[in-house]
Every structure is written in C-alpha cells, then in structure tokens.
Design a protein around this ligand. Structure first.
Ligand SMILES: [Zn+2]
Length: 361
C-alpha cells in the first residue's frame, strides 16, 4: 500500500460482470483501477486452481443461515435463553440442512461479490464474544469469499469491542423484544455501533386481523399491512433509543421508501449520532403493484414490505442524489428459502427474508 506498487495475481477463475468466469491476471495497485490482463502475463502470485477472484462488490447484508453446532458443554456454558440442548441441536441441524455459508459464498461469487456481511439470526446465534468467535471461525472456514459475521445484540450481553451489533428486536420471527427490553438492551451500547431491522407490527391490529377484514388481492395485502407507516414508526422509535443511550452510530438496514430515506437524512442534520443508510436492492426492482397477479406474488414478500410505485420512485431519486456518499449503500438481504417455506400459512408468511431476485426474475 505504501509503495503504490502493482501486484499481479494469476487465477483460472476470475468472475467478470458478464457472468463469465475467465482465466486472467489481475493487476492491483492502490488508488488505480484494477487491470485485467491475459492469463499468460507475468504474475507475482499464482493462485491454486480452486481459488476464485471476484471484483469489487461487497454485500454487507446476507443470511448464510448456517449455525455452529454447540457441544453439550458449550451449551451449558454459553447458553442464553435456550432452555433445551436437544431442541437447540435439532434447530441447528434443521437450519444447516436448509442452507449454509459455502452455498452463500457461491451465490456471492455468482453475483461478483467478494465480501459478505452475514446476519446472526441462527439457532445458536453469535451472541456474546465466545459464540460470535465460534461463528466467525465456522464461516471463515467454509466460505470462498471474505466473510464477516455481525454479532447479535441481545439483552444481557455486553458489546464486543469494535464490532457493530445487529438488533433483531423488532423483527418478525426475531427476538420479539418489548419496548422496555429494547430500552434496557440499548443502555449497554453507549459509544457503540448498532444496526437494526426497520419495521414492526402495527400497534392497532395484528397481521391476522388485518387479513381478516381486508379484501385486496392476497399477494398484495402483506405489503399493505407493513407499509410506509410501519417503517417510519420503527425508525423513529429506534433512533430515539440510540440518541437516548448515546450510541456512536445507528445503521438503518434495508431502507425501502423515499420517505424513510428522507427521514434519516433529516435526522442526520440534528448531529451527534451517525446514521449510515442501507438501501434494499430489491426495492429498486419491485414495488407492491408489480406483485398483483404476478406468478410469484405469494412468495414476493419481505420485511420491510415492498413500497408503493411512488415511494419506489422517491427511493431511487434519493439514492441517485446521494450516490457519492459512502455512508449510503445497497445490500441484497440475500436469504434463500425453498418456495414452500416462503408460502403463507394461517394468514402468516413463511420464512422471512429475500429471495426475490433468485425466485422471481
Ligand atoms: Zn436480513
């Protein structure tokens, strides 16, 4: 880095933007564009045949969904709210059979992504230093790309030095914490960095109640319930918590609408708290009108829900306006599940998470 010298790396597996994998030499020099040279060119480093190189993209929000398998001893020592070893183990094996970090890294390579940031909503979640370290080790070992795991923020745990924690408190299928529990949890994080999920159930009615009296097309009702209001309410509540407890930064994940984006920009003007903004990739492709009558309408749901066409236009406009701001970025929320697992059951969506781009395009 200091000498600004070009390093040439020869690989048989360079992933390029066309989707092809080609043999090449990649020239890297600090502050210069990468060079792609013929495979026969001189090289400083020759990578093994099975090592892949993907250029430049990073995706700080993916769900590899693989879980560490704790021993009985580790379970006793590091358990948090888990009551039964057998039940935890069964949930871990179920999760690991569905998807894993190796497959997530293949998906990343296919998309030209060389660095992924993985979420900790797994059965033996990366909560507390020991469990987080275990999960990092597992992910580093099994992934083909640079991989980070965000430690999970839970009541009763202390922050891990220099690590941004993820708050799943408001997430459907997540911790389901009460406002009082979240408030207590944030107390521990003064001066620290946190990211959060930015929507929550409506205070006046449940999803099932809403479904029982709403007669819109079934594929769009979910997106009407979790609408712009549920996003703004969650952002308002969480930013207030972060300010009250003196956090250093609060990253809003998967911003889905123009108004949610503008609210964060307005909050930045108050100073103090840093407010990075993650825009959800699929909100740029999909709005809620598009799912009506669409063959994949009943699995094209996610949290936060899809925006209205107007709110989608607003989001794209804001993203363009802030395109040179490094604290504004796009992430995929890649979270594959089988179509059966994503289907509705008892007026509730199945496994949450995004597989919109894989399943529906
Ligand atoms: Zn996610």
């Amino acid at each position: 880095m200091e000498q600004k010298k070009t390093v040439r790396i020869r690989t048989k597996q360079l992933h390029v933007d066309t989707g092809e994998i080609i043999p090449a030499v990649v020239g890297c020099c600090p502050q210069q564009p990468l060079e792609i040279l013929p495979f026969e060119s001189e090289a400083d480093t020759v990578l093994a045949d099975n090592i892949h190189v993907a250029l430049a993209r990073c995706d700080p929000h993916v769900h590899a969904r693989e879980s560490v398998v704790p021993s009985r001893d580790e379970f006793e020592r590091y358990r948090l709210r888990e009551a039964s070893f057998e039940q935890t183990l069964a949930a871990v094996h179920r999760a690991n059979a569905g998807y894993n970090v190796y497959r997530a890294s293949l998906a990343a390579l296919k998309g030209g992504v060389w660095l992924i940031g993985c979420m900790g909503n797994t059965p033996w979640a990366p909560v507390g230093l020991k469990r987080w370290e275990q999960t990092c080790q597992l992910y580093w070992h099994n992934s083909l790309v640079y991989t980070h795991v965000w430690p999970r923020m839970e009541p009763g745990t202390v922050p891990i030095n220099h690590q941004q924690a993820k708050d799943f408190g408001s997430t459907f299928g997540g911790s389901g914490l009460s406002p009082a529990e979240r408030d207590e949890m944030y107390q521990e994080y003064a001066g620290c960095d946190v990211s959060y999920h930015n929507d929550q159930a409506r205070p006046d009615q449940t999803l099932a109640e809403f479904f029982s009296h709403n007669n819109g097309p079934p594929e769009v009702r979910f997106h009407w319930y979790f609408n712009e209001e549920t996003v703004l309410a969650s952002q308002r509540e969480t930013i207030a918590l972060a300010r009250a407890h003196g956090l250093r930064s609060l990253l809003t994940r998967h911003v889905p609408t123009g108004s949610a984006f503008r609210m964060l920009i307005a909050e930045r003007e108050q100073g103090g708290l840093l407010l990075p903004i993650e825009v959800g990739l699929d909100y740029l492709y999909w709005n809620r009108d598009m799912v009506i009558g669409h063959p994949t309408g009943m699995i094209n749901y996610r949290r936060p829900a899809l925006p209205s066409p107007e709110e989608q236009d607003g989001l794209i406009e804001e993203l363009r306006r802030h395109s040179d701001d490094p604290s504004v970025y796009i992430a995929s929320d890649h979270a594959p599940h089988r179509p059966e697992d994503k289907a509705f059951r008892n007026a509730k969506p199945g496994s949450p998470g995004t597989r919109l781009l894989e399943l529906s395009t």
